[in-house]
Design a protein around this ligand. Structure first.
Ligand code: HEM
Length: 158
C-alpha cells in the first residue's frame, strides 16, 4: 500500500514538472515574427522579394499588368504599393505578428491566372533567395517557407 502511494505521488510530481517545463518552453520561445526581426526585417525581405519577382522571366506572364503599371508610374504605382503592404501584412500575421491581412483570399487573388506548379516553385525560390540575402537562419527560413508552401493548393490551378 505504501509503495502504491509513493508511486502515485511520484507520478503526480512527474506530471506537474512536465507541464511546468512545457509552459516555460512556450513562454520563452519567441514567435517566428520576432525571430525574423519584426516588421522592419519583414519589409526588407518583401522589398527584396518583389525585386526578384520583377526580374524573374517566369513571372512575366502573370505579372504583366502590374509590370506595365509600374513601368508607367514607377514606385508610386498604387497596385505595387498595395501588393507590398498586403505581403507584409500576410507574412506578419502568418508569423505571429500584430498585422492583419486585409487583401483578397489566396484563391480569389489568383483565380483565372492558371498558375502552374513550376511558376509557384519559381516564386518560392525568389522568396528563399530574399531570405538568404538577409542571412535569415535555416530554422526561421524553413518555418516561413513551410507556411508559404501550405498556400500552394489555393494558388496553383487544379
Ligand atoms: C508563394 C505564394 C504566394 C503568395 C503568398 C502570394 C500572395 C499574393 C497577394 C497577397 C496578392 C495580393 C492580393 C490582393 O490584391 O488582395 C497577390 C496577387 C497576385 N499574385 Fe500572388 N502570391 C503567391 C504566389 C503567386 C504566384 C506563384 C504567382 C504567379 C506565378 C502569383 C501572381 C500574382 C499576381 C499576378 C497578383 C496580382 C498582382 C496585381 O496585378 O496587382 N502569386 N499574391
Amino acid at each position: 500500500m505504501k509503495m502504491v502511494k509513493i508511486s502515485v505521488i511520484a507520478l503526480v510530481m512527474g506530471l506537474s514538472f512536465t507541464s511546468c517545463n512545457k509552459d516555460e518552453e512556450m513562454a520563452t520561445t519567441p514567435s517566428l515574427y520576432d525571430r525574423l526581426g519584426g516588421v522592419s526585417a519583414i519589409s526588407a525581405v518583401v522589398d527584396e522579394f518583389i525585386g526578384r519577382v520583377a526580374a524573374n522571366p517566369d513571372m512575366v506572364r502573370t505579372f504583366q499588368p502590374l509590370l506595365t503599371e509600374v513601368g508607367e508610374k514607377g514606385a508610386n504605382s498604387p497596385r505595387l504599393i498595395s501588393l507590398r503592404q498586403n505581403l507584409i501584412d500576410q507574412i506578419g500575421e502568418a508569423s505571429g505578428g500584430p498585422q492583419k491581412y486585409t487583401g483578397k483570399s489566396m484563391v480569389a487573388a489568383h483565380t483565372g491566372m492558371n498558375i502552374t506548379e513550376v511558376e509557384f516553385n519559381s516564386l518560392a525560390g525568389n522568396l528563399s533567395g530574399a531570405l538568404d540575402k538577409f542571412s535569415v537562419p535555416m530554422t526561421e527560413k524553413n518555418e516561413l517557407l513551410t507556411v508559404i508552401g501550405s498556400l500552394k493548393p489555393s494558388i496553383v490551378a487544379k
